[in-house]
Design a protein around this ligand. Sequence first.
Ligand code: FBP
Ligand code: MG
Ligand code: MG
Length: 309
Amino acid sequence: MELILLLRTLLAGCKEISFRVSQGALAGVLGSTLSENVQGETQKKLDVISNQILKDILSESGYVKAISSEEEDDVVACNPNGNYLVSFDPLDGSSNTDINSLIGTIFSITHAPQWMDADDPSAFLQPGTQIVAAGYVLYGPSAMLALSTGRGTHLYTLDKTHGGFLLTQKDVQVPKQTSEFAINASNQRHWEDPVQNYIGDLIAGEDGPRGKDFNMRWVAAMVGDIHRVLSRGGIFMYPFDKRNPEMPGKLRLLYEANPMAFLMEQAGGLASTGHGRILEVMPTEIHQRVPVILGSKEEVETCLSYYKA
Ligand SMILES: O=P(O)(O)OC[C@H]1O[C@](O)(COP(=O)(O)O)[C@@H](O)[C@@H]1O
Ligand SMILES: [Mg+2]
Ligand SMILES: [Mg+2]
């Protein structure tokens, strides 16, 4: 029951963000701030606004012991008696805020170990297999929620008259096969050989070893690309690239890769780093990055076969 109340609280925050996003230039929420986050990224105004909305509503809820956020250097202690930890990306797809394109909020919830102090970051270092609930809200033409509490992945649509997220698709099943891939091709020269070969064969299409044509999409917002994959199948990749071996990918494990992997697996898809299941990665720090390959089961298996070759 408490988890449901926590989810309701979190979604009330997302409704507020949805409203602020929809106001756009009218409310002066577009553009950048002068500050940088711990990732070294210039924060957008909506990054800061969304982060503050979620931080306030979760810390006042009483259910949450601590939170970790893309926009917070360290974990934020909340209620010492709280039973849950929440990790979130308050505004995903920041580079899309000023072009009125798809953006969203991503979150994952785990139990708070009773032994921990509320400001102890090590409590967040739990593998994704420990997630009790995860989801995203996509702020698109309609605001949509994808949610799983470990019993399938379900889609809800925000009814702006009624004010609630209403169930619009139960038990999403990602098609096992696909002809659609998503990757930022401008990073090609930095990819490892397995990815070079795999993408090369997709692009070769019916003239190549795959014997069929593939189409490419890139929303530049993980929440948008994953929603498309959940809706009609596909493979989404942000793989390891050689530019900075210390940073094995762009996407963050706790509040991007893990929640999306949880949703994808609950919908019958697969989620891998290229070398193992994302949900089994043992985190070492809260802003850790990982390579991400997820989507339609058979297509991800085919991609992983290039790593074995
Ligand atoms: O700029 P690129 O290489 O296209 O990267 C896009 C990726 O970066 C992200 O925008 C990173 O997330 P944030 O916007 O929350 O920092 C992902 O949503 C998206 O998949
Ligand atoms: Mg993000
Ligand atoms: Mg973000």
